[in-house]
Design a protein around this ligand. Structure first.
Ligand code: ADP
Ligand code: MG
Length: 326
């Protein structure tokens, strides 16, 4: 089972930021409003995500790190199938299989917390009583310590930290009500209180910088069951590519060809230049109109009415950018 977990880990756990992504999503799923992320050496030495969500009881801990569905194992042997299985119920077991891992959690009303530790190769001890507020901490030490081939591909501390920073920025942009504190090697590197409005200017300035806000046009448009709102910078200005491009579909960040094409085309048509467009956009549509589980890393989406979505995005942006020009 360890090998199976490590194979699954290889599909989705590429670097520290991929671990943080899974842990933060779990915290949000658990109803957290406050997150603390502690890192050492760009996350390679230590990642700890602490939340104030609903927590887990003693007997849930082992389940959370076990791969539940034994029926999956036969088909997992087929490497081809792994990617299409998605990542449901596989994140924690996968992460635990390639790190020194501990899960500490306490539910509201419990007298104390419980902690379950497991070492990638050695399996799990029974849960021990522990001190912790209501909520959950997941601790991941020495990522890939038992998978040298993967460890080799980790980059410098700064590069890995940069990836985590970008990732947390994406979550924070999508969730204005989330408070977030990031420390690296014991020093606070991001401190973000919760805000009332999703597009709170102070928060946006902190996350995206003064320059973006100074150039930003707001937009909010609806048609045919679709809504697009957010900010576009005009004229587009150059930071490094991808830095300032945030597109969310029903609250989930996507990097999607169709979306990118529609956005770029609008910028190109109106602004006549090829600098990188900068935007923070939220597309909302009925959930059944979109499949967000195309790939386990969940960055791609498939729209049922893709032509309609493309044209809607293009037209809304085109109109707004053209109006901003005048
Ligand atoms: P999935 O999120 O797809 O269910 P995971 O492996 O990521 O699978 O997590 C396994 C289970 O562990 C979750 O379904 C949840 O019950 C529990 N869990 C993980 N992280 C947390 C957390 N931060 N707070 C509460 N429960 C959690
Ligand atoms: Mg999960």
């Amino acid at each position: 089972a360890q090998l199976i977990n490590q194979i699954a880990a290889g599909e989705v756990i590429e670097r520290p930021a991929s671990v943080i992504k899974e842990l933060v999503e779990n915290s949000l799923d658990a109803g957290a409003h406050s997150l603390r992320v502690d890192l050492e050496q760009g996350g390679i030495k230590l990642m700890r995500v602490t939340d104030d969500g609903g927590g887990l009881g003693r007997d849930d801990l082992a389940l959370a790190v076990a791969r539940h569905a034994t029926s999956k194992i036969a088909s997992l042997a087929d490497l081809e199938g792994v990617a299409t299985l998605g990542f449901r119920g596989e994140a924690l077991p996968s992460i635990a299989s390639v790190s020194r891992f501990a899960l500490t959690s306490r539910r509201d009303g419990d007298a104390h917390a419980w902690r379950l530790a497991c070492d990638g190769s050695d399996g799990t001890e029974p849960p021990q009583p522990a001190a912790h507020g209501v909520g959950t901490s997941v601790e991941v030490r020495d990522l890939f310590y038992n998978v040298p081939a993967r460890r080799k591909f980790l980059r410098t501390e700064r590069t890995e930290l940069g990836h985590i920073d970008q990732l947390l920025t994406r979550f924070a942009l999508a969730r204005g009500d989330l408070s977030l504190r990031l420390t690296h090697n014991g020093r606070v590197s991001l401190e973000l209180p919760a805000a009332d409005a999703a597009l709170d200017p102070t928060r946006l300035r902190r996350l995206l910088g003064e320059e973006f806000l100074a150039h930003a046009l707001t937009l909010d448009d609806s048609a045919v069951g679709l809504r697009l709102h957010g900010l576009v910078a005009s004229p587009a200005f150059a930071r490094s590519q991808g830095d300032m491009q945030f597109f969310y579909v029903n609250g989930r960040l996507v990097r999607d060809k169709l979306v990118t094409h529609a956005v770029r085309q609008a910028f190109r048509d109106v602004l006549h230049h090829s600098r990188h467009p900068a935007f923070l956009l939220f597309l909302e549509l009925p959930p059944r109109q979109v499949d967000v589980n195309v790939h386990p890393a969940k960055h791609e989406v498939r729209f049922r009415e893709s032509r309609q979505v493309h044209d809607f995005i293009f037209q809304v942006l085109h109109r707004r950018l053209a109006a901003g020009q005048r």
